[in-house]
Design a protein around this ligand. Structure first.
Ligand code: NAD
Length: 248
């Protein structure tokens, strides 16, 4: 059974990793897909082709999610091309890890702007349309680190904790308009973001996971599909961990 037939989804930071996995999963379930990333490049072209081969409409956009005006422009452009947006996945994210002793103001600002301000930018830009159509699903990508903290990631953890507070607040503001807003908190997922970590840190992360393996973008995409679909029609303001039991 296809769960998102006739819906249109916008996914940020989707050229690769978890965002890409969500785009493919949603397309397999019949959704038309608009996706954005910092650059429109070969990865974007390949993803457009893959999504198109699944029989849905797909288009990639170059858009910096940390830019307020850029996010407004993106929502306008996608609305023009697709007529409406039913599902927004705020997935774009970065790390600039380091102990607070060595963390620069730029490391802080960059992570907070890309990870947290982006969620404000896009949600703000889309809310009027979702209110008008009396339907909307917003999914924000947090992290277990936003719940538990992590030494060496204070900027990242703060941005991901901020996403949880924002998600719960928007769920309360927009729930009566039939707009649901939830967050996913992945644990240790195998993508380029985690491939950058030294092997011994990757090994020790994987060892700490009760399921003894890293997660995959598909593991996260399955939960995003649940949250995007009517299977979760009464789920609002929640944070679902996808972490193999790392955070219990
Ligand atoms: P990734 O680095 O593989 O992909 C992130 C994508 O976001 C990239 O394509 C990148 O170009 C894009 N991006 C970066 N800055 C952007 C901006 N300003 N505007 C638009 N796009 C931008 O990372 P991933 O592992 O797929 O992570 C996706 C999301 O999941 C992030 O929010 C990340 O914090 C979160 N997350 C990941 C893990 C993990 O273990 N991989 C764990 C918890 C949470």
């Amino acid at each position: 059974m296809k769960l998102l037939e006739g819906k249109t989804a916008l996914i940020t930071g989707a050229n690769k990793g978890i965002g890409r996995g969500i785009a493919v999963k949603f397309a397999e379930h019949g959704a038309n897909i608009a996706f954005s990333d910092l650059f429109y490049n070969e990865d974007s072209v390949n993803l457009e082709k893959e999504l198109g081969s699944l029989g849905v409409k797909a288009k990639g956009y170059a858009s910096d999610a940390s830019s307020f005006s850029g996010s407004e422009q993106l929502i306008n452009d996608v609305n023009q091309e697709f007529s409406r947006i039913d599902i927004l996945v705020n997935n774009a994210g970065i790390t600039r890890d380091g102990l607070l002793l060595r963390m620069t103001e730029q490391d802080w600002d960059m992570v907070v702007n890309v990870n947290l301000k982006s969620v404000f930018n896009l949600t703000k830009a889309i809310q009027r349309d979702m209110i008008k159509q009396r339907f909307g699903v917003i999914i924000n990508m947090s992290s277990v680190v936003g719940i538990e903290g992590n030494g060496g990631q204070s900027n990242y953890a703060a941005s991901k904790a901020g996403i949880i507070g924002f998600t719960k607040s928007i769920a309360q503001e927009l729930g009566s308009r039939n707009i649901r807003c939830n967050a996913i908190a992945p644990g240790f997922i195998d993508t380029e973001m985690t491939a950058k970590l030294p092997q011994e840190i990757r090994d020790s992360f994987a060892k700490d996971v009760p399921m003894k393996r890293p997660g995959t973008p598909d593991d996260v995409a399955n939960v995003a599909l649940f949250l995007a679909s009517e299977l979760s029609s009464y789920v609002n303001g929640q944070v679902i961990c996808v972490c193999g039991g790392l955070h219990t």
